[in-house]
Design a binder for this molecule. Structure first.
Ligand code: MG
Length: 203
């Protein structure tokens, strides 16, 4: 299983980090060791003083594919969930400044919190999904997939030109605005269309 992630897929988030709105998807990977499941706590790592949350809709790939045409891409995922793309923003900022890859800021152990998945067939409008993140009971991020720059189908098609998608792979589809730092003792809860899917602690 691999985790593929899209950066800057909501214009308001690109702007809040002073990044240009991209002309094609910005892609990076996280290894399987990044997966944090079953609402287990996230332990702040010692190498960063600025770990950010990024709540994202996550697609679960349901069959193998390469060079998937956009018009058939909807056949390659049957379930959606939520994830938190934990990011060491201090390391990422330094690496961006130096033109270096982002892996140390994005791919570390447990950097991808992943919820249970819901069947796509039970979601009335894939491009009208409301999702939100509460920290200690306060809403910190709210997004709607209506505002995606690149659709799920476009992402699947684009990535599969370069990287074969396999059953069980996960795609983090980008975060809306409102990212920020997590602190020891924080409690995170995230919902998709009002259904709570994540509830875990920062330690
Ligand atoms: Mg992200």
């Amino acid at each position: 299983m691999k985790i593929i992630a899209v950066g800057r897929n909501y214009a308001a988030h690109a702007r809040e980090l002073n990044n240009p709105v991209p002309g094609q998807p910005v892609i990076f990977l996280k290894p399987d060791t990044a997966a944090l499941k079953d609402n287990r706590p996230f332990y702040l790592p010692d190498f960063s003083a600025d770990i950010h949350y990024e709540l994202e809709v996550v697609l679960k790939i349901s069959r193998e594919g390469k060079h998937i045409a956009e018009k058939f891409a909807h056949n390659y995922y049957e379930e959606l969930g939520l994830g938190v793309d934990f990011t060491a923003r201090d390391i990422q900022a330094k690496h961006k400044e130096q033109g270096l890859p982002w892996e140390l800021a994005k791919a570390f152990d447990n950097s991808a919190a992943i919820s249970p998945f819901l069947p796509k067939s039970g979601i009335p409008d894939i491009y009208g999904i409301h999702f939100d993140l509460q920290i200690n009971g306060e809403t910190r991020q709210q997004g709607n997939t209506a505002n995606l720059l690149f659709s799920f189908e476009h992402i699947i098609s684009f990535v599969s030109r370069y990287i074969t998608l396999k059953k069980g792979d996960l795609i983090f589809t980008g975060t809306p605005e409102g990212v920020g730092r997590v602190q020891q003792g924080d409690h995170l809860e995230a919902s998709l269309n009002g259904t709570q899917l994540l509830s875990f602690d920062i330690k």
